[in-house]
Ligand binder design. Structure first.
Ligand code: BGC
Length: 474
């Protein structure tokens, strides 16, 4: 039993559907590298993740995403699943090295053709495409020049956005410039859990700034070529709480909130970086010598703000004794002066993350309090859960816990938060995928994928959502 505030009767599809206003968007979300496969086909070149997954010890189950869910070849089947599910919108990402190999210069027409076909298939199916420009596939050639530590990469992202805007601007309903610059900065450049595997701790923060600059340039480029769709960015937000009432726990909770949440949202929404608490200036030091004009570029008016929510964070003063983080293992984390503590009061996901829908309400409340009128409408661009789903003797996947999870999180969003306009919820994810450093060990899909045969099998959660969407009054 993983429900905390809904009853079985609330989850009956016809009942749950009554909560959903007719203008609320329900969608599903994926990212290119996690599902596409075909990494060396169609003119695609290498990204930082191709390099990272080939290095020993990086991926917990030693797998690679070379085939992943083979979406590149099976996209029609996947669009069919999306259409039959009955969602309003599908969030996908574009593989940068597939469309612009090397991240600079000419486009690869085969890459453009693939996304042309995918977008057309979605529109024909009556599904509105939301397109993420950068979901972590940095072309390897840009990494050789420093990747996100080099501000040139921001300009390259702006150019790439212009290419996409020109090619697909007539068909994309919503654009997300960057997915979770937080995760790229902290996991990729701070702790080395994700590509490119740098372990710079707080010196990683220029990677945050350069991504945000890339966001601003991408917004300008999309508007410059007159795209039809709305434009936003997606950040992952985690409400941060101190483990105890102690001064130092509260202090480091504030610091963690800065580097996880605020340094990504404040410049985008308010045009300035937050101030570090007294004594913690060193943490934000690498952001001291910035060109103030950059903040003007970063602070673009947005049509929406994308928020991913998975879990809250609990902080305790004192260096961690073990190298476990929510996304993987690293010894480097033992150098930080605080640890991420468990939430024993909540059930756990397959990843060991706490199931805490109430903190989604806290996250929305924080947004209202911090950004007020500067906050555009929000879309929850990702929310979902991994469980080790097993096939029952009947052949079905009875993932009731995922149904409970989704119902409670969507219900929180539908209950609303004062001062916040949440316009939609995108489930992570449509199909089981390659889950970055966790490889194939974590399944987030509404649809099961057998990674040997690549067969897709809708789970009970797919059927539940399908029932809810069919019962909606439009
Ligand atoms: C990312 C996804 C990832 C999901 C679950 C988000 O941080 O955007 O790519 O699969 O979390 O870990």
């Amino acid at each position: 039993m993983t429900k905390t505030f809904l009853q079985d009767a609330d989850l009956v599809p016809e009942e749950f559907a009554k909560r959903i206003p007719s203008d609320f968007t329900v969608g599903v979300s994926t990212s290119a590298f996690q599902i596409a496969g075909a990494v060396s086909e169609g003119g695609r070149t290498r990204s930082t993740w191709d390099t990272f997954m080939a290095q020993p010890g990086r991926i917990s189950d030693k797998s690679t995403a070379k085939v992943a869910a083979d979406h590149y070849h099976r996209y029609r089947e996947d669009v069919d699943l999306i259409q039959k599910l009955g969602v309003d919108s599908y969030r996908l990402s574009v593989s940068w090295p597939r469309v612009q190999p090397g991240g600079k210069g000419a486009v690869n027409q085969e890459g453009i053709d693939f996304y042309d076909k995918l977008l057309d298939a979605l529109l024909q199916a009556g599904v509105r495409p939301m397109v993420t420009i950068y979901h972590w596939e940095t072309p390897e050639e840009l990494q050789e020049q420093g990747g996100w530590l080099n501000r040139e990469t921001a300009k390259r992202l702006g150019d790439f956005a212009e290419i996409l805007g020109k090619a697909f601007g007539d068909r994309v309903d919503k654009w997300v410039t960057i997915n979770e610059p937080t995760t790229v900065t902290l996991n990729g450049y701070g702790l080395g859990i994700h590509a490119p595997g740098e372990e710079l701790l707080f010196d990683a923060l220029p990677a945050a700034h350069n991504q945000l600059l890339g966001h601003g340039l991408a917004v300008q480029a999309l508007r410059g070529v007159g795209v039809k769709g709305g434009i936003g960015i997606t950040n992952v937000h985690s409400p941060v709480v101190p483990a105890r009432g102690k001064f130092l726990d509260k202090y480091f909770a504030t610091v963690f909130d800065l580097v996880h949440n605020r340094i990504f949202a404040d410049p985008v929404l308010l045009g300035r970086y937050p101030k570090a608490p007294f004594g913690a200036g060193r943490v934000l030091k690498s952001l001291d010598d910035l060109d103030p004009d950059d903040l003007k570029i970063i602070h673009q008016p947005l049509d929406f703000y994308g928020m991913n929510y998975y879990m809250p964070t609990r902080i305790k003063a004192g260096s961690p004794k073990i190298g476990t983080t929510p996304d993987g293992e690293t010894e480097t984390i033992k150098q930080v002066p605080f640890s991420l503590e468990p939430f024993p009061e909540f059930a756990k996901t397959g990843f060991g993350w706490p199931v805490a829908p109430e903190y989604l309400a806290v996250a929305l409340g924080d947004m209202a309090e911090r950004y007020g009128d500067a906050m555009p409408p929000i879309y929850i661009t990702e929310g979902g859960v991994s469980y080790p789903d097993a096939r029952a003797a009947s052949g079905h996947f009875h993932d009731e816990r995922r149904i409970d999870y989704l119902a409670e999180h969507i219900a929180i969003v539908l209950n609303g938060a004062p001062g916040i306009d949440v316009k939609g919820y995108f489930v992570w994810s449509l199909i089981d995928n390659w889950e970055w450093a966790a490889g194939f060990s974590q399944r987030f899909g509404l649809v099961h994928v057998d990674f040997d045969s690549l067969e897709r099998t809708p789970k009970d959660s797919y059927r539940w959502l399908q029932g809810v969407l069919a019962a909606r009054k439009r």
